[in-house]
Design a protein around this ligand. Sequence first.
Ligand SMILES: NC(=O)c1ccc[n+]([C@@H]2O[C@H](COP(=O)([O-])OP(=O)(O)OC[C@H]3O[C@@H](n4cnc5c(N)ncnc54)[C@H](OP(=O)(O)O)[C@@H]3O)[C@@H](O)[C@H]2O)c1
Length: 280
Amino acid sequence: MKYLIFGKGYIAHKFKDFLGEKAVISDVRIEDYSAILEELKKQQPDVVINCAGKTGKPNVDWCEDNKMETIFSNVVAPIILARACENLGIYMTHVGSGCVYEGDNEGNGYSENDEPNFDGSFYSRTKAWSEDMLKEFPVLQLRLRMPFDSEPGERNFITKITKYPKVISVPNSISVIEDFLKASVKLMGKRATGIFNMTNPGTIDHKEILDMYKEIVDPLYKYELFSVEEMERITKARRSNCGLSSKKLEDEGIKMRPIHEAIRDSLKRYKENLDRQRKV
Ligand SMILES: NC(=O)c1ccc[n+]([C@@H]2O[C@H](COP(=O)([O-])OP(=O)(O)OC[C@H]3O[C@@H](n4cnc5c(N)ncnc54)[C@H](OP(=O)(O)O)[C@@H]3O)[C@@H](O)[C@H]2O)c1
């Protein structure tokens, strides 16, 4: 099985590290239809994984000020890629986002059939638009959410939030990267299509995560909480906080670990990786 990955960022490299020799990361920009066709013919992949998109640097507020670029990469370009894959009969997977909801659907979590209800950021709106368009085609759409990673790094959720001076605490669905990658590749193996919530079952709030971080990684770490309203006074766009249902994935026979167990395990490995980095 050969995987061809588009986009050269954080998630693309996570897939590459997980898939190893079986995967190639392409240099091609996905707004360029002829370049994509040429690349697909050259690489002859069984599976295309679209990890290209504008996520905003340093954060999604960037998308509020760069709407044309955001819409081009998050909505137009995935359709161009889907067209090329359809023309050559190649199976396509697209990394979408769970940040299209707010709330937790009265404790049930939002399912893939629920209409997105969060439009507080331009980034989230583009993710909902592309999702809506791609669902017309036989594309697997993986709704990733707040990726939690055992390798320290500036894109890692835990590395990021432990550097913030103040943190909100709201229950959320989270994708623990290791579980996300395993489950995604299983879905690709089954040639699944349609939208899937790729989050670990259950929700967890920031306070619970930071308390675990204090216990497992750094007993001296201190944090200060503030309210969502206070945070919204300093950000340009609102942020999605939501609970998603993982039932559809489970119905496919694919299980991710419960969120508290997966985060605890991830933090233990985060600590080991941190200690290893400090020794080098
Ligand atoms: N990380 C998260 O928290 C998260 C959560 C949920 C969903 N997602 C989704 O997962 C996908 C990957 O995110 P990521 O975290 O890996 O983001 P990332 O680190 O910013 O990487 C995205 C990559 O896509 C490239 N790109 C943008 N437009 C492109 C185009 N038209 N053609 C080819 N490459 C293009 C970017 O390059 P340039 O910047 O040079 O254009 C960048 O290298 C995105 O669709 C994102 O919406 C991410």
